[in-house]
Design a protein around this ligand. Sequence first.
Ligand SMILES: [Zn+2]
Length: 317
Amino acid sequence: MRDIIERMKHHDIKRHLPNIIPAGIVLVVLGGFIIYGFFRISSLTEQAEILTRELASTTAALSRNTNELSGNLAELRVQTIGISNTLSSTQQNVESVKTQVGGVEQTVGTITGTVNTLQKLSQTDPEMLKKYSKVFFLNENYVPAHLTDIPQAYTYSNTRSERFMTEAEPHLQALFDSAKSAGINLYVKSAYRSFAEQQTLKSEYTIVYGAGTSNSFSADQGYSEHQLGTTLDFITSGLGGNLDGFDGTQAYQWLLANAHRFGFELSYPKGNAYYTYEPWHWRFVGVKLATYLHDNKLNFYDMDQRDIDTYLANTFD
Ligand SMILES: [Zn+2]
């Protein structure tokens, strides 16, 4: 048996050796390839697995990011709407604040106006715009708070100075300036008269004309108005110092058309129901009231005292 094997070994090996060697090499090479392939495949599989995991994790991350982004976007939208609402509500508030401020300004303006009016009223003599009649006289002790001399250039008498209420004097000055520039000769015949002076004048008239006549042009209402310090008897050149005939002069026509612009009204116009017609006798009542009377062709004594009093605060404007 051992011989057989030995023989076979020698015999087979010698006989098959040329075939066995290349086959072995092929086997070894194949085995190598197989082993290499196995490792390669296993490595590739591993890599693929890694890639797959990475891809999965990247996808998951991307998905998370996408979700997060869309969440953020939605939140931004909500915030934008919120901001837009806030903005519009802010604008509304601004408008409302503006309205309130406007209201406050108006209120302050009204209060200021009221305070000014009250202040002016407190400084204005309530007698200024009173209607005087045969039954309602100015108190005999009444004297205007401030009196000033009318410039000599505007008084008719060279010997006697005429006085006028200080607060109204600038208006008289403006009237004279305007008349002068219009070529009108205008002078003051008589202005402020105290109670005593008027009494003296009245008694003189009484002596000259008799009681009945003197009462008709020198007493009562006209007298009271002169005691106020805001009333004037005007005269012009060419009348020889007389008041009679004044209504036929250019000066009178000029006064009718312009005196209101300086605050003067004609207390006793032609045909009035209260007193003798006195075209020379003008009273300062303030520009506002004088203009109202002129524009509406009204007489001071025809107005209701309550309506007249609404102009008191504006007397010296
Ligand atoms: Zn007079």
